[in-house]
Write a protein that binds this ligand. Structure first.
Ligand SMILES: [Zn+2]
Length: 186
């Protein structure tokens, strides 16, 4: 994954978002953006390893009291926090988005190069498609997964790849980039 510049820096097994190991066989890739204007990928990695990203645990909602996902991408690197064989907590509580998808967060801190972040994310998604046999149609925005009890149920995420809060031309262009990189992998 030379071009992706993937760095593996996992949350230690048995701690925080990995206290309970929930096996997963990934069928989808879910794309998010952090909506955090100050933190790059390494800051997110540190926060996850320290257990700083808490969420209220409740029946039908967050299952573990923490947020966790698989990869964070910025304009320089991609960092892996969680093995793709374990479920994250990033999409739709106890729904299929968490049970079957690899979660990728794109950074959007001030001063970062968004085009570079999006392109690195497209490359990473292509590599993961190849590795896990995931079809392009299963590369979805967070919006794809309704969150029971949330308003609106379909989140405007990743907001800068949606049009008026929904998948449109920008999302199609992103999928085009994923497909381009997928084909190049041969
Ligand atoms: Zn999201």
């Amino acid at each position: 994954m030379g071009e992706v510049r993937l760095k593996v820096d996992l949350v230690p097994k048995g701690t925080h978002g990995r206290r309970v190991v929930r096996p997963m066989s990934p069928r989808y890739i879910t794309i998010h953006s952090t909506q955090n204007w100050t933190a790059d990928a390494s800051r997110h990695s540190l926060a996850l390893k320290r257990g700083a990203l808490r969420a209220p645990k409740r029946r039908g909602g967050n299952r573990i009291g923490y947020l966790i996902w698989h990869f964070t991408v910025d304009d320089r690197v991609a960092i892996q926090h969680l093995p793709t064989s374990e479920q994250g907590e990033h999409a739709d509580f106890d729904g299929p988005g968490n049970r079957y998808s690899i979660g990728i967060e794109m950074c959007e801190h001030r001063g970062s190069n968004r085009a570079a972040t999006v392109e690195r994310t497209a490359k990473l998604a292509a590599v993961l498609m190849k590795k896990h046999g995931i079809p392009l149609k299963n590369v979805v925005p967070h919006y794809h997964w309704p969150r029971r009890g949330a308003s609106p149920p379909n989140k405007n995420c990743p907001h800068f790849l949606l049009d008026n809060g929904r998948p449109g031309a920008k999302w199609r262009a992103f999928r085009g980039r994923v497909n381009y990189h997928y084909r190049r992998l041969g």
